[in-house]
Design a protein around this ligand. Structure first.
Ligand SMILES: CC(C)(COP(=O)(O)OP(=O)(O)OC[C@H]1O[C@@H](n2cnc3c(N)ncnc32)[C@H](O)[C@@H]1OP(=O)(O)O)[C@@H](O)C(=O)NCCC(=O)NCCS
Length: 220
């Protein structure tokens, strides 16, 4: 049996802090129309995080998950994904308090540009992994991962009250490593020949940030 958050039996009551609840009005770039106000779960300057919906399982998401360049450093590259398997994954994640799956969306234009996951969460140690994918390549190198990681890190420490976050990056995935560093994460270990890429051993860098690091260096 998995441990649950200590203070409440239900995570759902704790996932949105009042500070993050402020609603925003999105302007749809293509139509120029104002959309209804809504409450993103976590809102940044240029991007916001919301739940991944079944309606997100579309040609766009399918394209991301089957693009060799996008999945080259992800374990998902080993398993081809059909629309049905993507939908099953999204259904599995919906309401799952041990793995929180967020869509990364641009505030300007409301485009769904990637996904970020906090989890699995170990509630005994209040520790979680984080993984992300920026699927829309036109956003690469423009600070999207950095902002998404910063938002997920804030949510993990300030809303979920976790004590530690960690992530693994293939050593050659410099963009990912750097994005974590820019959010106050640091390299904790290098796992030699941890994975195989096209049959060749590659090192994996373990990145981490503690709640104490976050309080001292990021949230000040
Ligand atoms: C890797 C990835 C997350 C980077 O996202 P991004 O939005 O392009 O990253 P950012 O724009 O926030 O850039 C962060 C930093 O990395 C640098 N960077 C980005 N891509 C880089 C690359 N390919 N090589 C070297 N540095 C890179 C940026 O210049 C920036 O550093 P700087 O501000 O000091 O110049 C994105 O390319 C991606 O999702 N790739 C596919 C899936 C993946 O690899 N996920 C990560 C698994 S751990």
């Amino acid at each position: 049996m998995k441990a649950k958050p200590a203070e409440t039996g239900s995570l759902k009551t704790r996932t949105r802090s009042d500070a993050d609840r402020s609603s925003i009005t999105l302007k749809n770039r293509s139509t120029g129309t104002q959309q209804d106000e809504f409450s993103p779960i976590v809102k940044g300057e240029r991007f916001y995080l919301r739940e991944v919906r079944l309606s997100d399982v579309n040609e766009r998401y399918y394209r991301w998950m089957n693009d060799p360049e996008i999945v080259q450093f992800l374990e998902s590259r080993f398993v081809p994904r059909s629309m049905e398997s993507l939908a099953a994954y999204v259904r599995h994640m919906d309401g799952n308090s041990d793995e929180l799956f967020f869509a990364i969306c641009a505030i300007d234009g409301d485009e769904h540009v990637g996904n970020i996951k906090i989890g699995p969460i170990n509630w005994y140690h209040r520790r979680a992994d984080i993984g992300l994918l920026i699927g829309e390549k036109k956003y690469w190198g423009k600070g999207c991962a950095t902002e998404a990681i910063a938002l997920a890190t804030k949510f993990a420490f300030e809303t979920l009250s976790l004590n530690k976050m960690k992530a693994g990056c293939y050593e050659m995935n410099k963009g990912s490593e750097r994005a974590f560093e820019k959010c106050g994460w640091q390299q904790e270990a290098l796992l030699r020949d941890e994975c195989l890429m096209d049959g060749r051993p590659v090192n994996v860098i373990c990145m981490g940030i503690t709640a104490a690091d976050y309080r001292e260096k990021v949230a000040k």
